[in-house]
Design a protein around this ligand. Structure first.
Ligand code: ZN
Length: 217
């Protein structure tokens, strides 16, 4: 049975690279930035969940108005820790986005949100550990696997420390931000943590990170 499962798993995995790049790209949802348009959004750059792991699936963002908004419609899922709750949003297709450090959380667990809905304010909250120097949102990308048996991959992260998010969860379902487009900006990771670039798709303008994105109206 194990062998059959392994072969099946291998066959499923093989389907992914076999798909043409355009199909894979089309599969990625039309995310916005997690901020209202028409303002500057500063970024400390692209990094891994912890700043030391390998999958660079996170970026620190600070919109000028300090308000964090859903970049795409979805369902709010609170993750509970000893230090409080933090917010993730589940989108169609298994995509999940995370919003660590939020203060003044403006949504409730299980609530459906539209793109642009206010989630809360940038902050320094550390409900499951980690660190923060200066109010921002630590925005993270994952793709859950509904068929997975592990709670990490299935997305049940109650009580999971930020350290385990950076290791077990990131390895299971973390998706690198590099090459993904949010609100018309295509992100590219750098060779170092907290670096990279954001390229405005419409003009080709390249902003080195850390840097400031002018989020068009
Ligand atoms: Zn961060």
């Amino acid at each position: 049975m194990k062998r059959t499962a392994a072969v099946l798993a291998a066959a499923v995995v093989a389907l992914v690279p076999a798909a043409p790049g355009s199909a894979a790209a089309a599969e990625f949802p039309a995310f916005g930035l997690p901020a209202a348009p028409g303002q500057d959004v500063s970024s400390a750059g692209i990094h891994s969940e912890s700043g030391t792991a390998t999958v660079m699936n996170a970026i620190d963002l600070t919109p000028r108005d300090g308000v964090v908004r859903a970049p795409l419609a979805g369902t709010v899922r609170f993750q509970h820790c000893s230090g409080g709750d933090w917010v993730v949003v589940d989108h169609a297709g298994g995509w999940r986005t995370g919003y660590y450090h939020l203060e003044g959380i403006a949504v409730t667990d299980g609530r459906q949100v539209a793109a642009g809905a206010v989630l809360g304010n940038v902050g320094n909250a550390l409900p499951c550990g980690g660190s923060s120097t200066g109010a921002h949102v630590h925005f993270t990308l994952w793709r859950l696997d509904a068929a997975a048996r592990s709670p990490e991959a299935a997305g049940d992260w109650d009580g999971i420390s930020h350290e385990r998010l950076a290791t077990d969860v990131a390895e299971a379902v973390g998706v690198a931000l590099s090459g993904r487009t949010f609100g018309g900006w295509t992100l590219r990771e750098g060779t170092e943590q907290y670096s990279g670039t954001a390229t405005r798709v419409s003009t080709g303008e390249v902003v080195p990170l850390p840097g400031t994105l002018r989020h068009e109206p």
